[in-house]
Every structure is written in structure tokens, then in C-alpha cells.
Design a protein around this ligand. Structure first.
Ligand SMILES: [Zn+2]
Length: 370
């Protein structure tokens, strides 16, 4: 294998910190009549010893995402985040704004326009540059950050939102690793990347989304600033405690792959023995890796419900489990619905009261074996 060069600093010194073996592309949902086998590719996380960026080692897959439905939790978080950033004085009326969005959807532009900000055209400079889960999708991390930095008008603010590596390590969220997501940011590594383009973090806000999401505000050093606020300082201290740049701190993540997969398999076996009807909910990328690691096929879990019409009639990558529409959830009269996206819990319990009314229960897959 060719030596890997860090996607941020180009350094070649680093460690393989999480290895999920061969995995199907998590965004390639085959048709139900496609018998497979689906192509598989190595899925590995590498930690740069020079700059500390955790990253996807290689990605031979081609993005092919059936666009998902935006969870209510994501919309609520965006509203909350914009309000908090505005309260800090970073979203002044008539400021220009540009957005680097995520291919998974979820734009803030409508909301920011309502607050009086003015979107600019493609490639134009803006006073507020927002990147909400966008940067992680760039294979060339330093190039992508440099592009964003160059588009920021003098005196402007760069807002970067990311699911933090600190959260991934703390909660053992090993299946956050997926093809197409090239970087897994700690606040520490992102601060080092920002320094390379002459920026520093000044403020930050934390959110419960995905167990722990950070919105970081950074400005140009040339514009002058008061240094990082207390939240940024505490995020950096927390990163040091967890050991986000220490390959040894990742061993628990690799161990969790085995324990989590076994817990899921055992639970499904027990449910089947008890004669329970179980269906899954949320055909998300993290479900793909988990089902494969746990060797779950349709004999244990016949179907996964997903709200995205684009996924209906397809099957989960790497297994024979069908993806079905929400209309079929009640018909199946499940005793248990296994939820693969914990952030959806409140929303789905509310949207499908018939599940619990008929004596069924919702089970957060993350709680199995923990
Ligand atoms: Zn690096």
C-alpha cells in the first residue's frame, strides 16, 4: 500500500486506530431484487501523529446518497444554534452569508435570511461563512479549509459545526466511521488546521445532537481578537483529558465494535426465541456497519423502516434486510422497534403512537450491551 499522507498536514506519520474490515459502501442501497454480493471496501480510521486529525484512511467508494429525510432533532438544533450565535452578536443584520452544506441536507440559509442576512453567489466572499457538517465530506481537508478561509471577507467569522471526536471516543460511537466522511474533528485538531490558514477559534457552543456536536466560531488572526472564550478552552481541556490525539485512547473504540455487535446479535436471537416481531427504524449509515459487524440478516431482522421515499423498495447494503416505508410499520405490529438513530427517539414515539398503543416498545440500539 502507498504511504498515506495526512488529509490536513500531509504528514505520513500516524496510526491505524479503528479498523472495521471490509464494509459495503453505506450509501449504496441495492434494489431488493439485486442478490449481491455487494462490493466491499476497507473501512479504517487513521490518526495523524503530526496534526492530530482523525481521518478516513482510503475511500474507494463513490458517493451515491439517496437523500435522507432531515430529522426534527436536526432542524431544532439548527434553530437553537442560530439563536445562540445571534445572541453572541455574530449574525448582524445585512451581513453577507455563504454556506457550505452537507450532502445529507439541512441548510441554514432560509433561517439566516429571515434574520436579515444576505446570501451571496457562488464563490463570492461573505462576512459569515457557515459550514454545517460540510467540511468532513472533503477528501482534501487542507484544500477545503483554505477555500473557505479565502472566501471569508475581512473581519468576518467562520462557523464550523461538527460531531466531535471527543463524543465518538467518550461514547464508543465506532460506527460514526463511514466511507465519504473523511475527517473526524477534535476541537484540538481543528484548532491546528485553522492555525495553518491564519485563523483561531474564538467562541464555541455545544449541542446534544449525535451525543455531542460543536459549533465553533473562528476568525482571522490578522483581524485581532481576545483569544478563545471559556467554552473553547474547556473543549480543548476535555480533548486533552480524553486523549483525542493519543492512539492508545482509541482502543476502547475498537473493543466496542465487538461488544456492541455481539450485544445486538444476542438481543435479536433472544427476541426471536421469544417469538417477538422486531423491525428496525432508520436506514442510516451507522446501521449499515453495525448490522454487518453483528452478522444480522433478514432471519433476525426482516426489515428496517426509513422515512425517505428514495430508500423504499431497496435493501440494506451488505445484507438481505429490506428497507420499507413508514406506512408498513403499524401493519407489522412489532413487539419491538429497534431504533438505529437515537436522535429520532422523541420524534418517532410521537409520530407512531400506534406502536406503543399496541404494546410494542422502542429500543435504542446504542443501549444494547452498554
Ligand atoms: Zn496531519
Amino acid at each position: 500500500m502507498d504511504e498515506h499522507a495526512c488529509r490536513a498536514c500531509r504528514g505520513s506519520d500516524g496510526h491505524l486506530v479503528l479498523d472495521l474490515g471490509e464494509q459495503p459502501a453505506c450509501d449504496y442501497f441495492p434494489r431488493q431484487d439485486d442478490p449481491g454480493p455487494d462490493p466491499v471496501y476497507p473501512l479504517q480510521m487513521w490518526l495523524c501523529s503530526s496534526c492530530g486529525l482523525a481521518q478516513l484512511l482510503a475511500d474507494p467508494t463513490v458517493p451515491d446518497e439517496p437523500r435522507g429525510v432531515e430529522p426534527a432533532a436536526l432542524v431544532a438544533q439548527a434553530t437553537d444554534a442560530a439563536a445562540r450565535v445571534a445572541a453572541a452578536g455574530l449574525l448582524p443584520e445585512r451581513a453577507t452569508v455563504a454556506e457550505y452544506g452537507s450532502p445529507h441536507g439541512g441548510s441554514w440559509l432560509g433561517m439566516l435570511t429571515q434574520r436579515g442576512l444576505v446570501p451571496v453567489g457562488d464563490g463570492e466572499q461573505a462576512d459569515v461563512l457557515l459550514d454545517c457538517f460540510g467540511l468532513m465530506h472533503a477528501a482534501d481537508q487542507s484544500g477545503a479549509l483554505a477555500e473557505r478561509a479565502a472566501r471569508l471577507a475581512p473581519g468576518g467569522v467562520l462557523l464550523l459545526q461538527y460531531h466531535s471526536l471527543n463524543t465518538i471516543l467518550r461514547y464508543g460511537q465506532w460506527n460514526a466511521l463511514r466511507h465519504g466522511h473523511y475527517a473526524y474533528y477534535s476541537t484540538a485538531a481543528l484548532t491546528a488546521m485553522l492555525a495553518e490558514v491564519g485563523f483561531s477559534p474564538t467562541m464555541a457552543w455545544g449541542f446534544n445532537l449525535y451525543g455531542g456536536t460543536v459549533l465553533l466560531a473562528a476568525t482571522r488572526n490578522a483581524d485581532g481578537h481576545d483569544g478563545p472564550d471559556a467554552v473553547v478552552r474547556s473543549l480543548l481541556a476535555d480533548d486533552a483529558n480524553v486523549g483525542v490525539c493519543d492512539p492508545n485512547a482509541f482502543s476502547g473504540l475498537q473493543h466496542k465494535v465487538l461488544t456492541h455487535a455481539k450485544a445486538l446479535h444476542d438481543w435479536l436471537l433472544a427476541e426471536r426465541s421469544a417469538g417477538s416481531v422486531v423491525v428496525g427504524y432508520g436506514a442510516a449509515s451507522r446501521a449499515v456497519a453495525l448490522l454487518r459487524q453483528a452478522h444480522v440478516y433478514s432471519s433476525l431482522l426482516p426489515a428496517v423502516v426509513d422515512a425517505s421515499p428514495a430508500k423504499e423498495g431497496l435493501r440494506m447494503p451488505g445484507t438481505d434486510i429490506l428497507v420499507i416505508g413508514p406506512g408498513q410499520l403499524a401493519e407489522r405490529r412489532p413487539d419491538a422497534v429497534l431504533l438505529f438513530v437515537a436522535d429520532l427517539m422523541t420524534e418517532v414515539r410521537c409520530a407512531f403512537p400506534e406502536v406503543e398503543a399496541a404494546g410494542g416498545r422502542w429500543v435504542d440500539v446504542e443501549t444494547l450491551g452498554s
